[in-house]
Design a protein around this ligand. Sequence first.
Ligand code: ACO
Length: 344
Amino acid sequence: MIRAAITSVGHFLPEERLTNADLEKLVDTSDEWIRARTGIEERRILRDKDKATTYMAIEASKEALEKRGMDAGELDVIIVATVTPDMFFPANACQVQAALGAPKAWGFDLSAACSGFLFGINTAACLIESGRYRSVLLVGSDKMSSITDYTDRNTCVLFGDAAAAVLLEPDTNGNGLIDSVLRTDGNNWEALCMQGGGSLNPPTHETVDRKMHYIHQDGRTVFRFAVSAFINVAAEVMQRNGLHSEDIRYFAPHQANQRIIDAAARRMGISSDRVMLNISRYGNTTAATIPLCLYDWEHELRRGDNLVLAAFGGGYTWGAAYVRWAYDGVARPPVAAKEAEAVA
Ligand code: ACO
């Protein structure tokens, strides 16, 4: 049986750090509140006006290809998961294809908010399992700062900018994406959205004045739904694959709120040392969170390790996946190792 296995991971993080102390100067908030309610200490911000989601996606992709020793000419498909595309069209994937020099690849963008990577890995797996495609590049990239209102304390403390990319290739040794549970429920879309800029509310002075080009979130409503939804799909994936907590090497959750992650890990019976948690350093980077976790923990992963991935996002969209890791992680260069130590 052909499965789609992750064979490399790359990432891009902007240099600039926006700390809780910086945010205290912008809105009525405190480091204590942000840490206690979200687990976030700082986020990365791509300040350069000439660079956006595509730039970060390209950088992350280059690293993934280089680590694998793969020429971009071998790529069959490029999928960019994002809610902050450089522009509505052409798709970000087109510019990624051109910048990488991938003449054989076709590609498209995938919009599923914070579940983008999870929906993307399933899409990529279907392409590979069909036998028609052998190498799919999946990138999660979001410049959340471009849609964040830095006068709104309800949202501006939550998000950061980043990209991370994975390569997916066929595996016939039992590794790769084993199973997933994906869900969508459009009934509560208004609780988490950006209403301006699309065909319903094209940009006008009024949409700008009404701040419709910024992310809007009714945090409390989303939180309530997210906790149970997130926990239920993770538990369902474990149950239907006969996975017990001790079978799971790592839980790789979307990083929206540490309280949601802790609740899910408790229900799954997974101790904190087996939870990939880097929200304190990057905040919520939307489609980039899960691959960024894989990047940060890659050096610890071994072939055959069982991972459970889970995400929840706007839409609502949510899901969980069971992945069996396909390669032994390589030792980190000293700087990255020091950073990884800081995470632990
Ligand atoms: N600093 C200080 N106080 C604040 C801040 C802040 N930054 N933000 C909100 N508050 C206040 C509120 O105004 C409120 O005050 P009030 O009681 O006087 O009205 C109080 O704190 C509590 O507000 P809540 O919204 O109930 O706070 P909560 O504990 O729920 O935390 C948060 C808010 C962090 C947003 C949480 O609700 C959450 O994480 N929600 C889910 C996020 C999520 O999973 N989103 C999906 C993925 S994102 C995507 O798809 C793009």
